[in-house]
Write a protein that binds this ligand. Structure first.
Ligand code: PGA
Length: 249
């Protein structure tokens, strides 16, 4: 049985006060035991959030990480910095990082390796553009993104990896992939893992769907056999919506 996971991707939203009030609402809610809930406050709010949630099961994760371990790299955050404040997971490869900050597969591979080497777990995102889908190239694109970044992963490290399929055309657009489209890609990804790392690993890795998940579409998407949860952007900023999505399992 794979874990059921719902992670909120808060992006560059919520100052200190807003973070605190959102956490308060989530913290006081009794979630079902079998769903792992994660939130990703900005770097400036991470430590406070970890402390705030210390008596809760909600996991605090980071949104980005340097590909380097330490040194003269102004503005960067290392895995050990995150670990030292109690953060043990980071999102890598989000399409906004790829598109607006020129994060290439080559750089993402370094970030993945840096995280794993320093015992930081990850959520790795990938997904095709609308033009790729229109040209029926979505599988080719995803295959490339996975092969260029994850092919050298050591088998035991898969215990520390969550994948997130996020079709770029569905992120923040209100246009979600249909449950069938999500399932089709998730199955493709699971087969990719099976071919390269074996059946056991493929059956164990959680694959989340991300892209305009909301309280109305979550349960149909989450009910697909190879969808193990969601990475939620906009709707994770609204406590009631996020709670409803988590309860959609
Ligand atoms: P969205 O974002 O839910 O607002 O579409 C998802 C994401 O970027 O992870």
């Amino acid at each position: 049985m794979r874990n059921k996971i719902v992670a909120g991707n808060w992006k560059m939203n919520n100052d200190a006060n807003e973070t605190e009030s959102l956490l308060k609402k989530l913290k006081n809610y009794k979630f079902k035991n079998d769903v792992i809930v994660m939130v990703s406050p900005s770097f400036t709010n991470l430590q406070k959030s970890v402390i705030n949630l210390s008596d809760s099961k909600i996991e605090v994760i980071a949104q980005n990480i340097s590909e380097l371990e330490k040194g003269a790299y102004t503005g960067e955050i290392s895995p050990s910095m995150l670990k030292s404040i109690g953060v043990s997971r980071v999102i890598i490869g989000h399409s906004e990082r790829r598109a607006y900050y020129n994060e290439t597969d080559q750089l993402l591979k370094k970030k993945i390796n840096n995280a794993l080497k320093n015992n930081l777990d990850l959520i790795f995102c990938f997904g095709e553009q609308i033009s790729d889908r229109k040209n029926k190239k979505e599988f080719e694109i995803v295959n490339n993104q996975l092969s260029k970044t994850l092919l050298d992963i050591k088998k035991p490290d898969w215990d520390n990896i969550i994948l997130a399929y996020e079709p770029v055309w569905a992120i923040g657009t209100g246009e979600n992939a249909t449950p069938e489209q999500a399932q089709e890609m998730h199955l493709y990804v699971r087969n990719w893992i099976k071919i390269n790392f074996g059946l056991k690993t493929s059956e164990m890795v959680p694959i989340l769907y991300g892209g305009s998940v909301n309280p109305n579409n979550a349960s149909k998407i989450f009910s697909q056999a190879d969808v193990d949860g969601g990475l939620i952007g906009g709707a994770s900023l609204i406590s009631n919506d996020f709670i409803e999505i988590i309860n959609s399992f």
